[in-house]
Design a protein around this ligand. Structure first.
Ligand code: G3I
Length: 473
């Protein structure tokens, strides 16, 4: 059958991911002995282990700041321009394109082997003044000319475009933007067809916020995507911005991603940030776990690097104003590693007496923090790696080792975390009978007073054979 659809050179993400995973697996096999698990130590590397990307929105003005650039280069493997590829930035006057900011970001990313997402071709906001005033066919021509100019310029340089951004209302109806009022219901389809013609290789996404559950808005978008797929309108992916609060109800978040994936599109978390609060880290973890659990969730982008440059004022990002990793960072990294088909790097160490897990209180990374037992969860503060006699938690620059405090050999010596140094007080034997003994003292890892409650302290004590000294990895 002959169709009018342009020849599609766009490859399905699943194919790309499979190739990437296969090649990674081959490389990994050369580097690792059989049976060892490998955990990535950066967000990008950990995401890549399952064929995904982990990106950040970037303001090019900050690339000259070393903390900003170094964190971006070290931790992420994808970027998106926070503002530089929007309509007002790229076409300030009709037909006069300015790609300076976007090109700067693309060059910076390419030099470091990072992927680039495109954001955004058509949006009711950030339109240049001249476009806001257009009507009817003039606006239609301006929209399609804009798409052609920008998408063609970046062909081969961006792997995906947010073709249309934020075109739906909360009730699932179309937003009454100038585009909707002037061009009618068909404008989104027209935009996707124009983008497909301008860049047949990039994956073409619809992107929106407030779609963090199965609700009226996400259902309106779902119905549009289903219609597009049934009629062959070129759409490849749906972006879920995920600007959320720390206590957001995410009970249907994963199911929502999955129902879109089941339509035959990829899904991406495109602008993730989570307001500060007691559940910030856990909520980041829930979103990451949801993406990892949906095969067609191809990657996650956070909307900025450091809290100090976020568009929000509630410290919603993974790095604080000094580029220090927050608890949320560790939780996301652990979630990415748990989703690794290779088994991830961390594992629970569970107390036989209580069924509770060896835990670093409050996800602290401070030397000297005494360990406790606590209800098991997916957080990084319970993900232990046992290797070469060392038992460690966290990764990269945050890595800490299980340590007999002060090299103590007396009963009651605290079990703490400390920077790893290979000393005998950080060397442990994991024994067949379930005990974990310190190489320096021969004492057993022990839950103090044989307690079983959350928060019970962990120490060293003469081995007794009791269940408060038995652990399961
Ligand atoms: O750079 C100018 C500065 O020179 C000028 O003096 C100042 C006056 O207000 O404005 C500055 O530009 C601002 C720009 O951010 C750079 O800081 C714009 O006013 C401001 O509107 C713009 O805000 C951006 C917003 O989108 C609107 O484009 C935010 O940085 C950006 O984070 C935000 O991102 C959006 C996504 O594109 C779509 N989804 C929601 C998300 C958050 O709102």
């Amino acid at each position: 059958m002959i169709t009018s659809t342009p020849r599609r050179r766009r490859r399905a993400w699943s194919t790309i991911a499979a190739v990437a995973t296969a090649s990674l697996a081959a490389t990994t096999a050369l580097l690792m002995s059989p049976g060892t698990a490998q955990a990535g130590t950066t967000l990008g590397a950990s995401a890549a282990e399952s064929g995904r990307y982990f990106g950040a929105a970037v303001s090019t003005q900050y690339l000259s700041e070393s903390g900003y650039a170094n964190t971006l280069a070290a931790e992420f493997n994808s970027v998106v321009a926070e503002n530089a590829m929007k309509w007002d930035a790229t076409e300030p006057n009709p037909g006069q394109f300015n790609f300076s900011g976007g090109d700067q970001l693309v060059s910076w990313a390419q030099a470091r082997g990072m992927k680039v997402r495109g954001h955004t071709l058509v949006w009711h906001a950030q339109q240049p003044g001249w476009a806001q005033n257009l009507t009817g066919q003039n606006l239609r021509n301006a929209m399609t000319n804009h798409i052609a100019g920008v998408a063609n310029h970046y062909e081969g340089k961006v792997f995906a475009w947010d073709v249309v951004n934020e075109a739906f209302e909360w009730d699932g109806s179309r937003r009454q933007s100038n585009l909707q009022r002037q061009l009618g219901n068909g404008w989104i389809e027209e935009a996707f067809r124009a983008a497909d013609a301008a860049d047949p290789t990039a994956r073409l996404c619809y992107n929106d916020y407030g779609t963090d559950s199965i609700n009226a808005k996400s259902t309106g978008i779902y119905n549009m995507v289903r219609d597009f797929k049934s009629r062959g309108v070129p759409i490849d992916c749906v972006g879920f911005q995920t600007h959320i609060a720390h206590n957001e109800n995410l009970s249907t978040y994963q199911a929502n991603l999955q129902r879109f994936a089941d339509l035959g599109v990829d899904v991406e978390i495109t602008e993730l940030d989570v307001g500060q609060g007691s559940n910030q880290a856990a909520t980041y973890g829930t979103v990451t776990n949801a993406c990892m659990a949906v095969a067609r969730c191809t990657g996650i982008t956070v909307w900025g690097i450091t809290d100090k440059y976020s568009w929000r004022d509630d410290n919603p990002l993974l790095f604080d104003g000094n580029y220090q990793k927050k608890q949320a960072y560790h939780t996301v990294l652990a979630a990415l590693n748990n989703g690794n088909p290779g088994g991830g790097g961390g594992e629970h160490i569970t107390s036989a007496a209580s069924g509770r897990c060896l835990d670093v209180p409050n996800q602290s990374t401070t030397n000297g923090t005494q360990l406790q037992i606590y209800d098991c969860w997916t957080g990084a503060n319970q993900q232990w790696t046992v290797a070469n006699g060392e038992i460690s938690v966290y990764s990269g620059g945050s890595k800490k080792c299980l340590d007999a405090s002060g090299g103590g050999t007396a009963n009651g010596t605290a079990a703490i975390i400390w920077s790893c140094h290979g000393g005998a007080n950080q060397r442990w034997n994991v024994n067949a009978n379930g005990t974990i003994t310190n190489a320096a003292s021969g004492l057993c890892l022990d839950v103090a007073a044989a307690a079983t409650a959350n928060g019970s302290k962990v120490q060293l004590w003469s081995c007794t054979g009791a269940t408060n000294q038995r652990w399961t990895l």
